[in-house]
Design a protein around this ligand. Structure first.
Ligand code: MRU
Length: 361
């Protein structure tokens, strides 16, 4: 039988002018792929978390922008760019925190500018074909980058380790391996004995529905716990290291990730457990100075008050606090695992150096 790991998180189905995704809101009970054809369908799928996780959102946006421009009838470069910017802004408005969304859209736009020599050699069909190729490159690079994050993260794991993760920074959040889970998959591939503990991740349960599902399907020793149990677990000594993903790393190393991540990092510091943030460089935003400048998505109160029950599970009229992400202060982070290596504090210096050395990104 096909396992969840045999499915592609995001795929371009060019002949049908569609993006195919696994509808992640139905997991783990139902594995169902859906095709997104229109801008509204793509926007909704990102907003509703049918496709989610920073890198997967970026890949979807790249494919989306290509598909929305594929049948453009623009008569000039200027017209083409105007249309492209409008579609790009629309897709970019679906979720605010994961920088991979705007990163992928900007990358697509810059590629068009470069490919056409800022319009000097504009040819409609060649430009559209080049957008397709660039969107496929974003996906291929995601797989390569995650693998390299896995290799760098693996250097931080020893045989017998207990590892904790929060939310889903797994294969379902990327195109393969995941970021935080990549070292786990590689350790498992190498026959190392590891135990992975997954926070369930209220309110949308990405840890329970997605991470526990994919790791368990891969045959990794997986244990699920409620978010409020992680301190007691850390106190037992069962956790040797923590790996989480992130949605945006600021220039000073502050890292936004799923709500609850900063609680895990704070408790980890108390118990002296190394806390690693796994981040492709596409998730590092040098234009955002600190975590205070990161736009944290606020989501609907109903996700907290009635999402998982047939009936309301909180009193009518009660106020709800429902930020989708929080920011972990850089001083709580032991290392930022990128595809180029593990960055260490002071992160402003390490991040600047990383961008100087890899300017061509
Ligand atoms: O709201 P979500 O499910 O998109 O949040 C996802 C996360 O917070 C992930 O940890 C993050 O995007 C990194 S994915 C490699």
């Amino acid at each position: 039988m096909k396992s969840i790991l045999d499915y592609e998180t995001v795929a371009l189905v060019d002949e049908d002018d569609a993006i195919e995704i696994i509808d992640q809101t139905l997991l783990p009970g139902t594995i169902e792929t859906i095709r997104l054809h229109t801008g509204k369908e793509i926007w909704d799928a990102i907003y509703l978390l049918q496709v989610r996780g920073a890198p997967a959102i970026g890949v979807t946006a790249g494919f989306g922008l290509y598909l929305l421009m594929k049948h453009s009838e623009a008569a000039s470069y200027e017209e083409f760019m105007e249309e492209l910017k409008e579609k790009s802004d629309y897709l970019n408005s679906s979720r605010p925190t994961a920088v991979n969304l705007s990163w992928a859209l900007k990358r697509m736009e810059s590629h068009v500018v470069e490919f056409t020599g800022t319009g000097k050699s504009f040819d409609l069909s060649k430009t559209i074909e080049e957008m397709r190729a660039e969107s496929e490159r974003i996906k291929a690079e995601d797989i390569d980058v995650c693998r390299r994050i896995g290799e760098n993260g693996l250097t931080l794991i020893k045989d017998g380790y207990g590892l904790l993760t929060h939310c889903n920074a797994g294969q379902l959040a990327t195109c393969k391996y995941g970021t935080a889970t990549a070292p786990m998959y590689l350790a498992h591939e190498k026959g190392m004995n590891i135990k992975v503990y997954c926070d369930e991740t209220r309110p949308l349960l990405q840890g329970a529905r997605l991470t526990a599902f994919e790791l368990h399907s891969a045959g990794i020793d997986t244990t699920l716990l409620c978010d409020n149990m992680s301190a007691s677990l850390m106190k037992t000594g069962a956790i040797n290291a923590i790996f989480v993903g992130c949605d945006r790393v600021a220039a000073n190393g502050d890292a936004a990730n799923k709500i609850g991540t900063s609680v895990v990092a704070t408790v980890a510091k108390r118990y002296g457990i190394p806390f690693y943030v796994c981040a492709p460089t596409s998730t590092i935003d040098i234009n955002t100075k600190t975590g205070d400048d990161i736009n944290i998505e606020q989501r609907k109160p109903e996700e907290v008050t009635e999402m998982w029950y047939k009936e309301r599970m909180a009193p009518e009229g009660v106020k709800v606090y429902n930020p989708a992400f929080d920011v972990t202060d850089n001083e709580l982070i032991t290392g930022i695992v990128t595809e180029y290596g593990v960055l260490k504090s002071p992160y402003d210096v390490a991040i600047r150096k990383l961008f100087e050395e890899h300017k061509n990104r």
